[in-house]
Structure formats: C-alpha cells, structure tokens
Write a protein that binds this ligand. Structure first.
Ligand code: 5AD
Ligand code: SF4
Length: 441
C-alpha cells in the first residue's frame, strides 16, 4: 500500500468557506488524501479564498509566492486556489503565479477530484463555471467519522440583492437554494455522526426557497420546522440574513420553535436612509427598527448581531452619527464592522471615495460603541442560568468550553460533563470575549 497523500487546506473568510473546505477535504479523501495542518510536507495545498474585502487577491498572490518555494523540496507538490478569488481572477491566477496547478470556483467543487487528476498529469486544471447542478449532492461522501457537536450546513448560495459595495452576486452568482430532502438527509447524517447543533448557511439564508418533497417552494421557516422534528438535533441556527427576507413565519418561529436559538445576525450596514439608499439596501432605518421590534416581541431575550460599513462614499458626519444612533437604539450583543473598501466591478467603486483617515477615525468610534454594548450585554448574563453545548476541553483541567444559546463562549467548571453534553450553567463571570460558569445539572 502506498502512503496516503497529504492535503493542506487554508481557509479564508466566511463560514461558508469553512463548510466548503470540509467538503473538499472529504472529496479529495476519496482520491487518497488525508488532511495535514502544515503546508510543509504536503502533496497538495489548497487556498480557499475570500474576496469580500480589500486586497484579498493581493494577499493570495503573496501567500502563493511564499508557498511556491515548497515546490523546491517536493517537485510533485500541487498548489490549488479555490473560493471567490479563484472565481474572480480565473486563469489570471496561473498567469501571475505559474506555480499554481489548479483553479476552482465555488460552484465547481464537485469536479475537484477530476481537476486534481488532471493536475497530476502536469497540466493546468481550471473550472470556474456556474453549473446548474447541486455541487453538494455530487460531493456527498461516505465517511461516517465522528464530528464535533456543532456543524455548518450550507442550504443556499449566491445573492440577487446587488448591494452597491458587494462582490458576492458576482463571485458566488445568482441565488440558488438546495432541495429540502437533501438538506434533511444531510442533517440526519450529521446527527448520526454526533452533531447536536446545526447552523444553516447561506449568503442570503433567509431568502431560502428550496423545493420540498411536495414540489412546492419551502421558506426557511418551514425548513427549520422540518429540522425541528429530527431526533437528536437539539439546536438550530442560521446565518446570514437580509432584513427584507425576514418573513412573518420566520419571525414567529423565533418565538415558537424551541430548537431555534435566540440569536440573529441581521446586518443593517448603516443607519442613514441616504446611505442605505446609495448602498442599494432596499430597506430603511425605520423598516429595520420596526423589524427589530417585531423580532423582540416574538423572542424578547434574542441576542442581535450585525454588520456595519463606515466611510461609504458620500457618508457625512451626520450620516455616520445616524449609524451610531441606530446602534444605541438597537443594542447589539455582537457585531462585525469594516471600513468601506472598493471592490472592482461594483457600483460604489466608481464613486468619489472618502479619505482613509476619516474612515479609520469613524471605525474606531463605531467599534468602541459596539465593544461597550457587547460587554454590557455579556455582563448582564452574570447570575443567570444558560444552557451550554460543550464543544471541547478547556485549557485547564476540569474545564470545558462551549456555547450558550446566545452564542456566547462559556468556560464551564466540571469534572464530569463531556463534549456534546448540553448542560445548565450558572454564569459567574464576564470576561472580555467569553463567560465563566459553574455546572448546575
Ligand atoms: N467594504 C467593506 N465591507 C464590506 N462588506 C461587504 N463588502 C464590503 C466592502 N466592499 C461587509 C458587509 C457584509 C460583510 C460580510 O462584509 O458588512 O455584510
Ligand atoms: Fe452582498 Fe449580502 Fe448585499 Fe447580497 S445582501 S449583495 S451578499 S451584502
């Protein structure tokens, strides 16, 4: 028997890339690869790239420049680029960095084994098509190895919203939902492998409209209710959502579906109607605020999270203040925030840009406010009892780490509980980015 070949995958960007990387490792497993955690000594290196913000492509090129040297030690080493930079740059990657053997866009991962075989013959292998088929169905693999208790499951990809700053509609393509049956089957398989919490993923996950076994289009809420009936699955989450797709049934599910966790990532991006309009967000500050009210009516303790962009073209100090004001009104328990960066090919890239120092200064103020809110909401957890899904052992003996229903990381003191348990924990301390607590059941 020949020794298995080693595969090193480096993942950039969002959770959808994490999910894709797992699928790629499984797919190449069937071609005789096992995963390794260092590029040195690997037979195949795959960079699963992200194109969402600035200089993504440049970072990939400099990483490739470094990795190329490994070919001197191992002339058989193959280097591949996957993900959204692969989609955006295509063949250009091989032109700029001839050490690259394989380029595969996010919609073509089911062809990875074929592309790898081609690369092994010394030819360049590239596929950045947008085929009609469900790549995950083709990628379905046999391994039944045990999994960590919390897993991702991609249910929807792509986006038709065309926010003026965003490359996703170009790199991930039009919005496509996977059929209900395949998702339910994958969920059941995950549960058999030890998974107790599933996060449904999609660039626009609440626009989900996959076909059910009754041949009708199902909403995300209906899919969640079907998952609610999967025995052994205890927790359901979903991300990322667009405000305009928060349908009544989905809001209601937050109040009535006990497996749906009280956490919602609902990006608003900005708080000024002028900027929202220029961003082509198609919601207003008022409609977002009304939505938040309705969600909180359904589930008063829900923890809200968001994405914010500062320094978008034409953003005045007053517009920026409107974003701060919206944040103060909503109170976010968690958030991601970014300076606007131009993405070639998107409408906002053509507009007059704000000076960098203004962007930096606004980001600083915004992040200070968000950090304060996050910490004060975390501090309010002290003394409360939460349910924690234990995901791994902690750094110290007698300590486990898991997630509360609100997605807070919780360090739990326990000698008896094990990974995969969901236990009641009384919170005793709030740290910068996590909580501590004692097991009470
Ligand atoms: N500049 C800055 N932030 C961006 N995002 C998307 N495109 C850009 C850009 N050009 C942010 C948005 C989005 C998150 C995933 O990344 O806030 O919700
Ligand atoms: Fe990008 Fe999200 Fe807007 Fe779609 S909805 S264009 S993924 S920011």
């Amino acid at each position: 028997m020949t020794a298995p070949k080693k595969l090193f995958v480096k993942t950039y960007g969002c959770q959808m890339n994490v999910y894709d990387s797992e699928r790629m490792v499984e797919a190449l497993g069937e071609s005789g690869y096992v995963e390794t955690d260092t590029p040195e000594g690997a037979d195949m290196i795959l960079l699963n790239t992200c194109h969402i913000r600035e200089k993504a492509a440049e970072k990939v090129y400099s990483e490739l420049g470094r990795l190329k040297a490994l070919k001197l030690d191992n002339p058989d080493l193959k280097i591949g680029v996957a993900g959204c930079v692969a989609q955006a740059e295509g063949r250009e990657i091989m032109r700029r960095q001839p050490a690259v053997d394989l380029v595969v866009g996010p919609q073509s991962y089911h062809r990875l084994a074929e592309l790898e075989a081609r690369a092994q013959t010394g030819k360049k292998a590239i596929d950045t098509d947008f085929p009609e088929e469900d790549k995950f169905e083709k990628l379905k693999s046999r391994p039944k190895a045990k999994r960590a208790p919390a897993a991702f499951l991609t249910v929807q990809e792509g986006c038709d919203k065309f926010c003026a700053f965003c490359v996703v509609p170009y790199t991930r393509g039009a919005e496509v939902s996977r059929p209900v049956d395949r998702i339910l089957q994958e969920a059941r398989e995950l549960v058999e492998r030890g998974v107790r919490e599933i996060t449904l993923l999609g660039q626009n996950v609440n626009a989900y409209h996959g076909t059910g076994h009754d041949d009708t289009e199902w909403s995300l809420a209906r899919l969640i209710w079907a998952l609610d009936k999967v025995d052994g699955l205890e927790r359901i989450r979903f991300t990322t959502s667009h405000p305009n797709d928060m349908t009544d049934d989905l809001i209601e599910a937050h109040g009535t579906c006990s497996k749906l966790m009280p956490y919602l990532h609902l990006p608003v991006q900005a708080g000024s109607d002028k900027i929202l309009k220029r961003m082509n967000r198609s919601h207003t500050r008022e409609s977002y605020m009304r939505l938040i009210e309705r969600i909180r009516e359904a589930r008063p303790d829900i923890l809200l999270s968001g994405d914010f962009i500062v320094g978008f073209p034409e953003e005045t100090e007053e517009d920026f203040e409107a974003t701060l004001d919206l944040i103060r009104t909503v109170r976010f328990g968690q958030a991601y925030s970014f300076k606007y960066s131009t993405r070639p090919g998107t409408p906002a890239a053509e507009r007059d840009q704000l000076p960098e120092d203004i962007k930096t200064e606004r980001l600083h103020r915004l992040q200070n406010l968000l950090a304060q809110q996050q910490k004060s909401i975390q501090d309010e957890m002290v003394g409360k009892t939460v349910n924690v899904l234990l995901e791994r052992e902690g750094r110290f003996a007698g300590q486990m780490v898991g997630k509360s229903e609100y997605l807070h990381a919780v360090h739990v003191n326990t000698e008896t509980a094990k990974v995969g348990d969901i236990c009641q924990v009384r919170i005793t301390q709030s740290n910068r980015n996590s909580l501590n607590g004692d097991l009470i059941s």
